[in-house]
Structure formats: structure tokens, C-alpha cells
Design a protein around this ligand. Sequence first.
Ligand code: HSE
Length: 428
Amino acid sequence: MSEPLRLGLAGLGTVGTGIVRIVQENAACLAARAGRPIEIGAISARSRSRDRGVDLSRYAWEDDPVALARRDDIDLVIEVIGGEDGPAKATATAAINAGKHFVTANKAMLARHGQALAEAAEARGVALRFEAAVAGGIPVVKSLIEGLAANRITRVMGVMNGTCNYILTEMERTGAPYAQVLEAAQKLGYAEADPSFDVGGVDAAQKLALLAAAAFGTRVDYEGMTVEGIERVSIADIEHAAELGYRIKLLGVARLTPRGLETRTQPCLVPSTSPIGTLEGVTNMVVLEGDFAGRIVMSGPGAGEGPTASAIMGDVVDIARGLIFPPFGQPAASLCHAPRAGTSGEAAYYLRFALADRPGVLARIAAALGESGVSIDRMRQGAHPGTTAPVLIVTHRCGRPALDRAVSVIETLDVCHDVPVVLRIEDV
Ligand code: HSE
């Protein structure tokens, strides 16, 4: 058998520990598949003494991950430190500059620096792989870059944040409000102490930014994304959506349209019977649409020790096999600066108004929508104890600017008692 591939592991939290476990427990199958042994040569982490339940005694230790990245006895550096800049970025740069292959789970770093790091890796002839950065154990990057390489990708979408999907499904199941479910999710360890990246849509947007680049041959453009989270999703809307046959999901959607690249994460209604509409708990789901392959739906665990370490080691095995190609599936210099689409494409919308319950009110709402060219598909008035009635409207497909014009007129009417709710209904 050939020379071993020697790994330098930077970071020994949950995922790093999972990588050690895979290398130790699955050594024989890794070697058989890679055609050469895969060994950990050295590790760097903040604490050497902390008991992680794995035997680290046989590995060299570096306190500084940059020093680890520069070691002569390391062929490939795995970064599971996290963070957009700081030690993670320094480790990436040092590894690539030292001619080492580099595998990371770091979506935040790649969403900001993916283009520069891809260019650097290609210039040095080394691999930069990031399967674990998107949807944990689901091999979605590989599917896009390799399995669907013959397709023009028409849309990439999915539920790529398990914390948000857990919160939304728990709100639906228990009827508890957002804040209460978030607190429970934090106690269970799903949501971070500072959950803003998850619930604010940032985590999902970073993942989508990477997928969009791989799907459409565009430069990673995190700054160009529309990013909205689930903080304002209410139990009322979850329940009304269910009555209409929908569920609310935090969807990431990327499309290359004639207007430019449309990339957004936002709470959307999806039909309850669609694959995404059946998704429960922390599970992720990614849908890839190719012009020849059609629709590919993948679901699975989007986070956690085993799934994320599995994705990392899948990349490592590929590199051990000698599979080295541009990180985003085509040379970084050929990735184009796509214009930003600006607004999302046409869709049907769910609207909820709190309206005075008296004669002529609905006519005024319908008139405002009609004057903006927005056509009503379905309308329903909910039960209410007082003089304010919840009115639900599902529109026909329309452009968001026209809808926003109508809603801004409606919210100034004296019969409109609260801020209207507007949620997109995504075709899935
Ligand atoms: N925090 C993420 C989630 C997993 O809840 O899905 C890591 O990206």
C-alpha cells in the first residue's frame, strides 16, 4: 500500500473529536477506500488536558494551529476551529501557503473569504474542500460539483438550519411561542447561547452562499443575499398556514435568473405534503434541480459530531485518492461576478391583516391589492372575540414590489389594526 496521508487536525471540539474517532475506529475501511492509510499526525487545540473520551497520546501536539499547518510531517490540514477570521483564517492561509491540502467545516470563513482561499489553493495545486460546511452529513457539495456536473442547475433550495426547523416544528407541535421554544432549544443544546446566527438566518445564508457558487459558477456573494430569520414567525401564522395546507419553514433559495443571482433565506410557506413540508425537527433537507437530472432531494442530519466528521472525512478520502479539483467545481478565476437580482421572482403570498370587523373593510383591502395589480386567490376571516378580525389572503402569483406597494397603502388605513404579515409561498 502507498504512503499514508498524514492529517493535521486544528480544533478538538465536538467535530474534531468525531474525526479522531473515525480515523481510529474506521482505519481499515478508510485505507481500503483511499488506497492508502489515513493517519493523524498532529493536533492543535486550546486545551491539551481536557478529557474528550478519545486516546490522543499517540499524536504530536501543537499549541498554535498555524505551527501545525506548517509542519513538514503533515500533508493535509483539517480546520474545525470555526470563526470567520482569527485562528481559522490564519490556519487556512498557512496551510495553503505551505502546500498542504485543506479541509474545513467553516461556512463563515468561506462565505467571506471563499474566493480568495480558492484562488490560493488552486495556485498552489492543493485541494480545498468544504463538504462539512453545508448541511452536515448530507453530501450536497459533492452532489452538485460531481454528480450533477453535466447539468445547468436551475435552483438550489432547502432547510439548512436544524435549530430553526426544530423551533418551528416545536412551536407547531406544542403551540408554545417562539421565545419559549428557543429557550428549550438552548437547554437541549440545539441553539447556541447566542442563537442569533441560527435564528437570524445567517448560518443558513452562509451555507446557501457556498452552494450558489458551486451551482451557478458565480463568486461567493454573501453580502448580496437577502437574509431574514424566524424571529417574527408567530404561532398564529403557523396555525393559519396549517389551516390553508401549508407549513412555515426557514428556506434558503438560490436561482440564477435573467435579472441576476437571487439568493435569500426567509420564512416561507410550503405545501404540507411537499418533501420540505414534511420535514421535522433538526433534520436538514436540500433540493437540487438540474436541467437534465431533474429534482434531487436529500435529507439527513445537518449537524453533530458524527455527521459533520463524516463529511470532513469523505473529503479527506477523496484527496487521498488523488481527487483534486477546483473548490467550487470550476477554476476560481472563471467564477463570474453575477449581478444581484435585487428582488425575488414572482410568487404567491400569504397575507394576514388584523382588520376592523365592519361593513366595507374587505372591499378597501381588495381595492388596494387590485390597484397594485395583485389578484386574490383565496380569502378567509378567522374566528375572533372582539372587533378586530384576522383576515387571511392568499394571492395569485405577483411581484414583491407590487405587493409591497399595496401593503404599504393598507397599513395606513384606519381599519388596519396591526402590522400586516407577508410571507412568500415557495413553489417546492
Ligand atoms: N447551527 C447549525 C444548525 C448547525 O442549527 O443547523 C451548524 O451549521
